[in-house]
Design a protein around this ligand. Structure first.
Ligand code: F6P
Ligand code: MG
Length: 439
């Protein structure tokens, strides 16, 4: 049980975003899945692939039914498939079998929604590996081309000129990784090219400005630690694909080039998750689109991208970047349960000198998605992940998109609530929080 009341969608007042998400955002997200499968079905030649087409139509029916159940606040039904994580899901489900889509804790229902969608595909023959969010991820990535080029040039300059002040660069690159999280597709259900461009300002001045929106900022504390690292292991528990992932990899590239890290573990999701989260396929797609010239760029710009892709491919070939996708990341468990539920993952992470958690959902899971007073110390809110023997140092880079936030100085909540009703969920503000661990 969470150490405080959980965020819950029935509680319209103090978990407002849970209610809004369940009532308004999920139906849009699920409708888009239906549209996507419909589009793909339409591209199938039924005389050649009649079974695939038939399965596609059945998938649409099942997802429409899921949407109906959700909107009518029906009871949750058990997930039944033969995927390797089904036992975990059945066990957790037992706690909530009497609940409905609104009354169970939001963290559970939201993870359950994405696992239900994935189960519908997993039970088919021709759509088993189909990602109904891939189209959206691809489109947004392609629309981010201007910022992609800017960053490719910037990292090239930073690597070739070693005279720069590394402390300032750390602030810049960590923030590129942080603010990349604002382009999360599940939140921005209607994004124009211009909106994307605005969100992806990579200009050093703009970043200096946005550092003011980091309400609790341990960047300096993490720099004190990291600046003494030589050839350490660093982990990223990644969040969204596309531009956010690209920004994370730019940061990871710099960490390797500066000699702070010799190996970087990149943790991604095994199944399509929260619309835009990175799967192994998204990771490969990003790399191949830098290599194979599928973005519309000039021949000059192409050279920068090729150079970048070549270096990144070498990291992968030489095990400097290691891609991992543990089932725990797509379980409904909060990270208070990491050691108990995924002991091998925990002992692997404890070899790391720094585990960087990206994004909103990771943060919700770190702090158990419950109603902490906003001044609760971060260390207290992450529970066992701070105190457990061998717990690694962690750094959360999170833009705020849910009604949970800890570690704020007194008075901030009151000040912001008086002027900006949605400050906790708008994505405008962020937290950067570090904890030493217990190694
Ligand atoms: O829908 C719930 C939620 O956690 C939001 O709060 C957020 O918009 C989204 O899912 C995922 O955000 P992120 O990609 O940053 O984890
Ligand atoms: Mg995400």
């Amino acid at each position: 049980n969470p150490p405080r009341p959980a965020l819950i969608a029935t509680d319209e007042k103090s978990s407002g975003f849970a209610f809004i998400t369940t009532t308004y955002r999920w139906p849009i997200i699920v409708t888009k899945v239906i549209d996507d499968v419909y589009k793909t079905c339409h591209e199938i030649d039924p005389s050649k692939e009649p079974e695939k087409e038939k399965e596609g139509k059945d998938i649409i029916d099942s997802i429409a039914l899921l949407k109906y159940e959700m909107q009518r606040k029906k009871s949750l039904t058990p997930i039944e498939d033969e995927e390797p994580d089904i036992k975990t899901w059945s066990e957790v489900f037992n706690h909530f079998r009497e609940e409905n889509w609104y009354s169970a804790p939001w963290l559970f229902t939201e993870c359950y929604l994405y696992r239900r969608i994935s189960s519908i595909f997993a039970k088919t023959e021709y759509w088993r590996n189909y990602d109904p969010f891939f189209r959206q991820k691809e489109e947004t990535f392609k629309a981010s081309v201007a910022a992609i080029i800017e960053l490719a040039k910037r990292i090239d300059e930073l690597i070739s000129n070693q005279d720069y002040d590394k402390r300032i660069l750390f602030h810049e690159l960590a923030q590129i990784s942080l603010w990349g999280n604002a382009t999360d597709l599940s939140l921005l259900t209607n994004l124009s090219y211009n909106d994307i461009k605005k969100l992806q300002s990579t200009d050093a001045k703009a970043l200096e400005e946005s550092e003011k929106n980091i309400l609790s900022n341990d960047l300096e504390k993490s720099w004190d630690k990291l600046s003494h690292y030589q050839q350490k292991r660093i982990d990223f528990v990644l969040d969204n694909a596309g531009f956010e992932l690209y920004g994370d990899l730019i940061f990871a590239d710099w960490l390797i080039q500066m000699g702070y890290a010799s190996e970087i573990y990149l943790h991604v999701k095994r199944i399509p998750w929260f619309v835009s989260d990175t799967t192994p396929n998204d990771f490969n797609y990003l790399l191949s689109s830098l290599k194979n010239n599928s973005l519309s760029v000039s021949s000059d710009e192409k050279l920068y991208l090729e150079k970048l892709a070549k270096r990144w491919q070498e990291y992968i070939d030489n095990d400097k970047w290691i891609l991992k996708s543990d089932y725990f990341w797509t379980s409904p468990y909060s990270y208070w349960h990491l050691k108990e539920q995924a002991p091998e993952l925990f002992s692997d992470l404890s070899k790391s000198s720094l585990v960087i958690f990206k994004g909103d959902l990771n943060y919700r899971k770190l702090v158990y998605d419950c109603k902490w007073p906003t001044t609760t110390p971060f260390k207290e809110a992450i529970g066992p992940l701070a105190t457990e023997k061998f717990a690694p140092p962690i750094l959360a880079l999170r833009t705020n998109k849910a009604h949970v936030i800890v570690g704020l100085p007194g008075g901030i909540e009151e000040k912001l609530s008086a002027t900006e009703a949605d400050w906790m969920v708008s994505g405008k503000y962020a937290v950067v929080q570090f904890n030493e661990g217990n190694q």
